[in-house]
Design a protein around this ligand. Structure first.
Ligand code: NDP
Length: 596
């Protein structure tokens, strides 16, 4: 793999080790994950849906249904699509949003795009017959694709939007889930599939006096175009006389900042930890390449992307982008000996040196360039790739306010304070991310009540317990698609697609075989947790040295949070486990009751 030489000798390596340690220590906080606030904790209106049809009403639905799917993002849609393919027709999909799309419904901030190439990310391209217009499709195109997917599999029939589940209770009498909603619906479902999303519950930074800010403010996942002007695809034309502040410099901010920089009179970027930003090199889809595609091409490409980014070093690189270049060797892999460990460390250092050198070559002001340089191992934070982010800091209207790892000191009615300097702001954008490791039911927004009236939050007091992240004991016919003990990959859609298909096939075979209920055994859950824990241990040593962030539980963690971890082995292995289990055909690990 051709790369610019970035030699890190032992003297430089020791200096980097020391620097990484210092940067990590600056950022460790006793309050860990508790530092963040919920949107609703501070603002009544900030969590409202700015995109939904106002005043929408409909009659309450009272119905017996085979499957209720909670969540209309990709996971829920793919479960629905696969159920339809398997001939399970009686489906309801519930979502609080006004349409399908999940992440892509909510995240309409300017510049939003998928940073995983669209040919691997957008699911079922061969079934829908769609080819993305560019390598890294932008959010409006992805949102439109969600609608196409829904139309292709007739998912609008049965969709219940602007509707939230209030309660879901297992009835031993009817052997169904009784589900009630905010619109007065009462559904009795044989199966409940919960596809509640991974990064969907927005959080705010816990900054002193955050509630006192009197200017305009919103979270990136609730972009207020009425205030900023423009749209996801048009420039914001109402910010030309506004001083805008943005808090956060993660993957979302990296995409939004160039657009804000173009539109605002002044832009202040408040940074706690810089992101690693590599070359993007987006390009339109080549029509000749499209004509060369053979049936089955997409799965080959999806597998190739994942193989490239987990260090499998496949012979062919179909993707040819920065992800594969940075992650061609898995620098977190368990080292076989001291020499191997040193080699992995050297590669990690050299990759990050390339990122830092690129910053210095683009950002003209040396102090700003220095502040933008990330000093941590490459997988401590999500890698970013963008070609307009760094040049934004060369604009005269853009100021980087680096907080040297502390975060913003406090907020006042009229601005943001860092190092005793108040930056006056008209509009404050929170690019502060989403809850990732908070309790599953908290993120879900409801607490399923299983056998014997036990709530899921209660059953999981000591942390989640599942079989494959899909089934949990005490909750018959509940099937989950999530990262809690479930599959995870850089291309989220890879394990999500496999799990959604698995869930649909399990339900379809229950229907075909007259199976009434399924529920995992204690033993099956115990065995699965051993698998989760083994894979988690591999990452422990790497994370120990990392700057805090949501990928490492803000530098904290205990057995309870370990129980909420995803399957962190190779995504192919997770998918293989599901496939082998299905091929076994014996419902191993599940207690099964049959219809009489
Ligand atoms: P992140 O959680 O990654 O970023 C939040 C940012 O807010 C960080 O820079 C954080 O700093 C900063 N922050 C938090 N508290 C404070 C504070 N008190 N003062 C100053 N700054 C603060 O959220 P994002 O929305 O950026 O991204 C979340 C995830 O969404 C990504 O990791 C990715 O998985 C996904 N995503 C995917 C995209 C795609 O194209 N596929 C695009 C965008 C997002 P610190 O780093 O120090 O904690």
């Amino acid at each position: 793999m051709a790369k610019d030489a970035q030699v890190v000798d032992e003297v430089a390596a020791e200096a980097l080790r020391q620097r990484y340690r210092v940067e990590r220590e600056k950022r460790l906080r006793a309050d860990g994950m508790d530092q963040y606030l919920e949107l609703s904790a501070v603002f009544n209106d900030i969590d409202a849906d700015p995109y939904a049809e106002p005043g929408f009403t409909r009659d309450a639905i009272v119905e017996d249904v085979e499957v209720v799917i909670v969540g209309g993002g990709f996971a829920g849609m793919l479960a629905g699509a696969n159920l339809r393919k398997e001939g399970v027709d009686s489906i309801r999909i519930i979502d609080k949003a006004g349409d399908f799309g999940g992440t892509w419904y909510w995240n309409r901030y300017p510049g939003a795009a998928c940073d995983v190439e669209s040919y691997s990310y957008l699911p079922m391209l061969e079934e829908t017959g769609y080819i993305p217009t560019e390598k890294y499709a932008k959010a409006p195109e992805i949102f439109a694709y969600c609608q196409l997917l829904a139309r292709t599999f007739d998912l609008y029939r049965g969709a219940m939007f602007q509707t939230e589940v209030v309660a879901a209770t297992w009835s031993a009498e009817t052997q169904r889930w009784d589900i009630t909603t905010t619109r007065g619906d009462r559904l009795a479902a044989r199966f409940m599939v919960v596809a509640g999303g991974v990064l969907h519950k927005a959080k705010l930074p816990g900054i002193e006096n955050i509630e006192t800010f009197a200017g305009h403010r919103f979270h990136t996942s609730r972009w207020d175009y009425a205030y900023t002007g423009g749209s996801p695809s048009e420039p914001m034309d109402k910010l030309f006389d506004k001083r805008v502040g943005i808090i956060g410099t993660g993957a979302t901010a990296i995409q939004a900042i160039p657009k804000l920089a173009e539109a605002a009179k002044e832009l202040f970027v408040f940074q706690r930890t810089p992101s690693s930003v590599g070359v993007r090199n987006n390009k339109p889809t080549d029509p000749q390449w499209v004509t060369s595609l053979q049936p089955g091409w997409q799965q080959v490409r999806i597998d190739n992307f994942t193989a490239l980014v987990i260090g499998d070093q496949p012979e062919v690189d179909l993707i040819q982008d920065g992800w594969g270049e940075m992650l061609f060797i898995d620098t977190r892999a368990p080292a076989t000996n001291a020499q191997h460990e040193a080699e992995l460390e050297r590669i990690d250092f050299e990759n990050m040196e390339r990122v830092r050198t690129r910053i210095a070559s683009i950002v003209k002001d040396p102090a700003t360039a220095e502040s933008l340089k990330p000093y941590y191992n490459q997988l401590c934070k999500r890698l970013c790739f963008h070609d307009e982010y760094l040049p934004s800091f060369n604009r005269p209207n853009v100021t980087l306010v680096d907080t040297d790892g502390r975060g913003v000191d406090r907020i006042t009615a009229s601005g943001v304070v860092v190092d005793d300097v108040e930056y006056p702001i008209d509009c404050l954008v929170y690019a502060s991310g989403f809850e990732v490791m908070s309790d599953y039911t908290h993120r879900l927004g409801f607490d399923p009540i299983g056998r014997g009236g036990v709530a899921l939050s209660e059953a999981w007091t000591d942390g989640p317990s599942t079989m494959y992240g899909v089934h949990t004991r005490g909750f018959p016919n509940l099937l989950m698609i999530s990262t809690v003990q479930g599959g995870q990959a850089l291309n989220f859609l890879h394990p999500i697609s496999a799990t959604a298909r698995h869930v649909a096939l399990v339900i379809a075979s229950c229907e075909a075989q007259g199976i009434e209920t399924i529920e995992p055994t204690v033993e099956a859950e115990r065995e699965w947790f051993k698998v989760i824990l083994t894979n988690l241990m591999h990452l422990g040593r790497y994370n120990e040295k990392c700057t805090p962030g949501y990928l490492n539980n803000e530098g904290g963690g205990d057995l309870r949070s370990a129980r909420a971890a995803a399957y962190l082995g190779r995504p192919f292995e997770y998918i293989d486990i599901l496939e082998k289990w299905r091929a076994g055909g014996t419902f191993e690990g599940l207690e099964v009751t049959r219809k009489v």
